[in-house]
Design a protein around this ligand. Structure first.
Ligand SMILES: Cc1cc2nc3c(=O)[nH]c(=O)nc-3n(C[C@H](O)[C@H](O)[C@H](O)COP(=O)(O)OP(=O)(O)OC[C@H]3O[C@@H](n4cnc5c(N)ncnc54)[C@H](O)[C@@H]3O)c2cc1C
Length: 228
């Protein structure tokens, strides 16, 4: 999996803080954008995040290029509706070499891995045969499995990203989308450290476990207890 932060709102924390400042003062966001000190920005961000005034976080957007995730993972990703997506088309792009995504639970077992590869090879061979026979790529793709890799560009605002991290950085989320979410979180933390300072799964942001999995290693690590 390769995740790149392609672009983001310039000075995202200043923009969010200036928007928040305007809500609470008679001065304009333009003036706040110019005059706010770094300390003001940190204070305002803390205030809006802690108070739940999260709509101001929507003024900062982040665009990621994601490569080498499975179609299973991209399907989970696009369930997050408050986002914009551009995914490589299987109608227009014929896949030449397909580097399938193999889950570790299969990869670590020699027998399972070889059976899995055998099935994938059958799919790949059939896909190529269908294309050679003149079947359009949009129909030939029906034989491709969920392990097929894809590329997708996604843009989310900071508020939606917070929600995405709460759901997908959780140990209950599947390993692939969790890895993706963790990668995205580490990228946005580099450019908006105060917005995303406490971002992560629900147990981090809200100190609750909606799944009630108190035996979860993350819960135990955070709260040093296995029951509530
Ligand atoms: C561990 C896990 C297991 C899951 N299992 C399943 C499963 O078995 N089957 C399945 O179908 N899905 C499953 N999902 C997907 C899940 O139900 C959500 O579709 C997905 O996580 C997107 O979350 P979201 O709706 O909060 O995100 P977004 O679509 O980005 O929405 C963000 C927020 O906006 C608000 N919102 C968006 N659209 C609406 C709307 N139409 N009406 C009201 N409010 C709205 C909500 O507050 C929502 O939380 C699973 C997710 C996780 C994390």
């Amino acid at each position: 999996m390769k995740v790149t932060l392609l672009s983001f709102t310039p000075d995202p924390e200043r923009v969010v803080a200036a928007s928040a400042r305007q809500c609470y003062s008679k001065f304009s966001a333009t003036r706040a954008l110019r005059d706010l000190t770094d300390a003001d920005i940190q204070r305002l961000l803390k205030k809006v995040i802690e108070s739940g005034h999260h709509s101001v976080l929507e003024h900062a957007s982040f665009t990621f290029a994601i490569e080498g995730i499975s179609r299973a993972c991209s399907h989970q990703l696009v369930r997050h509706r408050i986002a914009s997506y551009s995914q490589q088309s299987q109608r227009y792009v014929k896949l030449d070499e397909i580097d399938f995504i193999i889950p570790e639970s299969i990869n670590r077992d020699d027998k399972l891995r070889s059976e899995f590869y055998e099935a994938l090879e059958l799919c790949k061979t059939c896909y190529k045969k269908l294309l050679e026979e003149g079947v359009p790529a949009e129909d030939a793709r029906y034989v491709l499995p969920q392990a097929t890799p894809t590329k997708i560009v996604v843009t989310m605002n900071a508020r939606s990203l917070m929600n995405f991290f709460e759901l997908r950085c959780c140990l209950s989320a599947q390993w692939e989308i969790r890895r993706l979410a963790e990668e995205m979180l580490s990228l946005v933390k580099q450019v908006a450290p105060h917005i995303f300072e406490n971002a992560g799964p629900f147990c981090v942001t809200r100190k609750v476990c909606p799944e009630k999995k108190y035996e979860c290693p993350k819960w135990i690590e955070l709260y040093k207890k296995s029951t509530v």
